[in-house]
Design a protein around this ligand. Structure first.
Ligand code: SF4
Length: 446
């Protein structure tokens, strides 16, 4: 029985994307159908991010725009999930009068029950309590179906974080670190690969500390077991914490051929003094040493990172250290942000003493430098033949397909839509600012 249509808007990280997939799978199991046309939706879910001020503002402005739609369709049910939901709880219902429900980060697996209560009782409610059974297994069947079509899937290995980096709200909105039993992860990965998934990305706020508290094996051991799963061509993981990025994890890049040649290793600052204020637990020198060892172990590996400019107390000298570290490492890609205080964090109690215009200036300089490094790295790929997992038609041209190389670069090439979900070989003709352009050589899935 079809109950109507649903639309999900996702903000934030891959964890949120994965939660949205789980929510979509639940709604489909209930009898809802997905739509990309929000005005025709009976249920609209907004999966939110509160890691910085800007994405949180975007959430409120999106919710504001929904008021008109709800006026036209009073039966529309609007829900908010994710980190903003967890942080603000029922206060969100007061702040957004046309909102029907709020669902916390640990409650994503109970979306179906919650929605049915709202729909049948026509009531408004918020459910945000932390729950130990956060890893939902019930959804696997529906998720396998969705993931098989894309040939790639996310698999959560751990949730939450105990690190309390001074700028970060994650431990407060995602709870403390919990690892999933390895047996469960392996079962899920096998089910996905049997259904045709060839690429798995392991997810967690700090995957390297998998098993430290409550798992049965360590993260490198988990990688080894997953490396033996038949049919799995590509294995990735995110996000890593440099402090816990051990010699054993680095060695896994030598031992496990399916482990893709890309690591996202968030640095945040190139100044040891600022790293200490951030409570990151490593120094500039230790970070550089790990990248060196990684590149020796797997030559050509792509390294990307996150950087914050204008953290409280960051001087020009600290900022110059960040730039000099970037020159040393030459990241293949970088997500960079101006610091914004997040309520409840340790850094929010420090004086936010870098003026906004100075933060903007530093960010501009940093991004210009990174653009050059990214372009240089992309140009160096010209002439190489790379394996690409095709995602679908490119946004810029319907005659082109897009996908990702093993080093996680976007590759566009002329090709037919039947290639979606397949592994192909592409010769790179040109490295551009944000992507690579190439020519199809062969379909290697067959
Ligand atoms: S490691 Fe630090 S930045 Fe990452 S989620 Fe945990 S507290 Fe946040």
């Amino acid at each position: 029985m079809k109950l109507g249509k649903f639309y999900i808007e996702t903000y934030g990280c891959q964890m949120n994307e994965h939660d949205s997939e789980q929510m979509a799978a639940q709604l489909e199991e209930l009898g809802y159908a997905s739509t990309s046309d929000i005005s025709s939706a009976d249920v609209v879910l907004v999966n939110t991010c509160t890691i910085r001020e800007k994405p949180e503002h975007k959430v409120y402005s999106f919710l504001g725009r929904l008021r008109k739609l709800k006026r036209r369709n009073p039966h529309m049910i609007i829900g908010v999930g994710g980190c903003v939901a967890q942080q603000h709880d029922s206060a969100l219902l007061d702040r957004v009068p046309h909102l029907d429900f709020v669902i916390g980060t640990h409650q994503a697996g109970h979306l179906g029950e919650l929605l049915e209560t709202v729909r049948l009782k026509r009531t408004r409610l918020a459910r945000t309590c932390f729950d130990t059974g956060v890893f939902s297994r019930r959804l696997l069947r529906a998720r396998v179906h969705r993931a098989a079509a894309a040939a790639r899937a996310y698999v959560t290995v751990m949730e939450g974080c105990d690190n309390f980096c001074s700028f970060c709200v994650v431990p407060y909105v995602r709870g403390r670190e919990r690892s999933r039993p390895s047996r469960e992860i392996l079962q899920e990965v096998r089910r996905l690969t049997e259904a045709g998934v060839v690429e798995i990305t392991l997810l967690g706020q700090n995957v390297n500390s998998y098993g430290r508290k409550d798992g049965d094996i360590s993260f490198p051991q988990l990688l080894k077991r997953l490396g033996e799963v038949e049919g799995l061509a590509r294995l990735r993981f995110t996000t890593s914490h440099p402090r816990d990025f051990s010699a054993e994890v680095i060695q896994a890049f030598a031992d496990i051929p399916t482990l893709c040649g890309h690591v996202h290793l968030p640095l945040q600052s190139g100044s040891t003094r600022i790293l200490r204020r951030m409570n990151r637990g490593y120094t500039r020198a230790e970070y550089l040493e790990k990248v060196k060892s990684l590149r020796q172990t797997r030559p050509g590996i792509a390294v990307t990172s996150d950087m914050i400019v204008g953290f409280p107390g960051e001087t020009e000298k600290d900022f110059q250290e960040t730039l000099s570290l970037m020159e040393k490492v030459r990241f293949d890609g970088l997500y960079s942000f101006q610091y914004s205080a997040r309520p409840g964090t340790a850094a929010s109690r420090m004086a936010d003493d870098v003026p906004p215009e100075e933060k903007a200036r530093r960010l501009k300089i940093l991004q210009k430098l990174q653009d050059q490094h990214t372009l240089d790295g992309n140009r160096r790929m010209a002439g190489e033949v790379v394996e690409v997992l095709v995602e679908g038609p490119s946004r810029n041209s319907h005659r082109e397909m897009t996908g990702r190389s093993r080093c996680n670069r976007v590759v566009n090439f002329p090709g037919k839509s039947e290639l979606a979900g397949k592994l192909v070989s592409v010769r790179i003709e040109e490295g551009l600012k944000h992507s690579l352009r190439g020519t199809l050589i062969s379909d290697i899935s067959e």
